[in-house]
Design a protein around this ligand. Sequence first.
Ligand code: F6R
Length: 242
Amino acid sequence: MKIYIEDSYDKISEKAALIVAGRITVNPRSVLGLATGSTPIGMYKKLIDMYKRSIIDFSQITTFNLDEYYKLSRENRGSYYYYMMETFFNHINIPKENIHIPNGMADDIEKECREYEEKIDKAGGIDIQILGIGTNGHIGFNEPAENLNIRTGLIDLTENTIRDNSRFFEKKEEMPTKALSMGIVSIMKAKKIILLASGENKAEAIKNMTNGYINTNHPASILQAHRDCILIIDRDAAKLII
Ligand code: F6R
């Protein structure tokens, strides 16, 4: 695992955007795995800017998002569908049919998860997977637990995550307690992984994911076994490893 420690959130965003843009330039038909949350917002802004300056083109790009809340409609401002449209997709030229986000409203959730995996495989797998990290070490919504899902599935969110993410909802009660998430192996199959982290509240999670052990209570620690995983973090997030 390569670790880049940057001076600011802006620098993290820039580095990540440059790597993604480089990949898109080399292969305009790249498959991107995308994350939501506050951390990748800066990277999305930089990519939009590069698109507007005609440096990159998304017309042949395919995307798969990591996760979506269970039983939250696309129109809900807290949904990851809404987030992705507002933050990124509405500002670039990606065809809508190339965008994939798990459907948390599906009647048959098992089928939805199975088909999601099949679509990733059919697209040829993910070339670059963008990840954030939860304060509890989750990636996607793979929460600390004795057993982790290999494949995309329905996850019970922990109290920690519900507390952290309720900031995205007007009322805490609106925050769903379950989500669909790509599984650990679905993530690990990506050819390249970029994990972004900013802020002191991520320092403990970064320490636990880089300590030389794989522990299902720190799901991100599995990334130490990935062939091409890059950590791009700021000094605050790196505080306990430097
Ligand atoms: C989001 C996701 C989560 C977040 C993580 C960090 O799609 O899968 O794992 O990356 O919860 O969220 P932020 O960036 O808001 O701190």
